[in-house]
Design a protein. Structure first.
Length: 411
């Protein structure tokens, strides 16, 4: 069976991390999001088709033309936007009556979601199938209404109600393309696969569902990266030291340390923590749980890092505090630069996402810093603030507003 992976989106809500790359190539726990998707689909499929568009070369360069010996074909989405338009772009690769998976490329899920869907689809002889999960509050999701074991309809963002969410993992047959042809453009100007499914149901097609109970996240906003990072480190990390740990460093498992990395004396690391290859850690730093540090990073003297993602080739070299933060690739923090991650009133941290202030629901959230950023000495970054890629922040600046990409900010 083929798996179609939708990876053409712009990932605007994940700016500045998607300033120069599609979101599916962003790494969580040092592995690209789309690699987890491929891994978790792998047991059930023999071929992958990836729908790309925004900065497509970065996906193609990352994955190449096969995954574990199974071919990958890339198809570019046309002018039309939306998930239905993305699915339609693979039409010529699907035979008549062929069944295939369609999966959003920006998800984290366990293989059980796919296994369960396939099982229900075959057992119930469905025309299409969809994975759902029960949530207390569906305001961020599409609500899947069910009746007598079948899907009755999907309502986008129904508000603060309890019910089944659409997880973005489907099985279709080739007739889905006929329904996409009849799908109308939505209010937000996109062709949505959920509208296509509603058309199928109206036409009497049997759309079955699998109620998945495992961990799932759609990675839309920056703090979703932290949530998934925490889950992966908590549930998958193995204690493995491939680098060198000097005498006088303390490592509390599970901690994964890559080849060529040196952890100098006085460093204190409490797992789960993952550190990539060729990093310089310490002396005398403090790395706390749920931290992922990429390859070629430097975490230096008197630096504390907690519940954060630091991507490849980035440095927090002297006297820094990095808490509940995400730092992109090739970024450098100056000596004394501090991220604040908690409001004095202990309220939840709000973040501007696509021009609108959104409540992250987190009491602790630090900075979201893009790629190739240079932050000067003694910079203070307020909770939930973003710094755009390729920007320079001069010494002593207080970052209390979001900073766009490619700018120089001085006091
Ligand atoms: P979304 O998360 O809805 O869209 P996006 O990735 O563009 O993100 P943002 O809203 O932040 O700009 O997309 C869900 C999935 O579908 C995701 O894996 C990307 C994919 N997709 C496409 O392949 N083509 C499209 O035209 C759209 C809108 C999404």
């Amino acid at each position: 069976m083929k798996a179609i992976i939708l990876a053409a989106g712009k990932g605007e809500r994940l700016r500045p991390l998607t300033d120069d790359r599609p979101k599916v190539v962003l790494k969580i726990a040092n592995k690209p999001i789309i690699s987890y998707v491929l891994e978790n689909l792998d047991p059930f499929v023999d071929e992958f088709i990836i729908v790309v568009k925004y900065m497509k070369e970065k996906v193609i360069d990352l994955l190449g033309d096969e995954f574990r010996g199974k071919p990958i074909t890339y198809v570019e989405q046309g002018e039309e936007e939306g998930t239905a338009a993305a699915v339609y772009s693979v039409k010529e690769f699907i035979e008549s009556n062929e069944e295939f998976f369609v999966v959003n490329g920006d998800l984290y899920f366990e293989p059980d979601a796919v296994k369960g869907l396939l099982h229900v689809f075959k057992k119930e002889k469905g025309d299409a199938g969809i994975v759902v999960k029960e949530f207390e509050n569906l305001s961020q999701y599409g609500m899947v209404e069910v009746e007598n074991g079948k899907v009755k309809g999907i309502i986008e963002k129904p508000g603060n109600v309890k019910g089944y969410a659409n997880l973005g993992i489907y099985i279709f047959k080739s007739d889905v393309f006929d329904y996409i042809e009849n799908t109308e453009i939505s209010e937000r100007g996109e062709y949505e696969i959920t509208d296509t499914i509603n058309l199928m149901i109206k036409d009497g097609k049997s759309v079955v569902y699998y109620n998945y109970e495992g961990f799932w996240s759609d990675i839309g906003r920056p703090w979703d990266l932290l949530e998934v990072n925490e889950y992966i480190l908590k549930t998958k990390l193995k204690h493995e030291i491939r680098g060198v740990v000097e005498e006088g460093a303390t490592i509390i498992p599970p901690v994964e340390i890559g080849e060529g990395t040196i952890v100098r004396a006085g460093s204190y690391i409490i797992g789960p923590v993952k550190i990539g290859k060729n990093c310089r850690i310490g002396p005398n730093c403090y790395i706390r749980p749920y931290t992922s540090i990429g390859d070629n990073c430097h975490i230096g003297n008197a630096v504390e890092v907690k519940n954060s993602i630091i991507m490849d080739n980035s440095n927090a070299p002297h006297l820094n505090y990095v808490g509940d933060s995400i730092i992109g690739e090739n970024t450098n923090l100056g000596a004394g630069t501090i991220t604040a991650n908690l409001r004095h009133d202990k309220g939840t941290i709000k973040v501007e996402v696509k021009g609108k202030l959104e409540d992250s629901g987190r009491r602790k959230l630090g900075a979201i810093i893009g790629h190739n950023v240079k932050v000067g000495i003694n910079v203070t970054i307020y909770p939930g603030r973003k710094i755009g890629s390729n920007s320079f922040i001069g010494p002593g600046v207080i970052v209390d507003k979001n900073i766009p990409q490619n700018v120089l900010v001085t006091v």
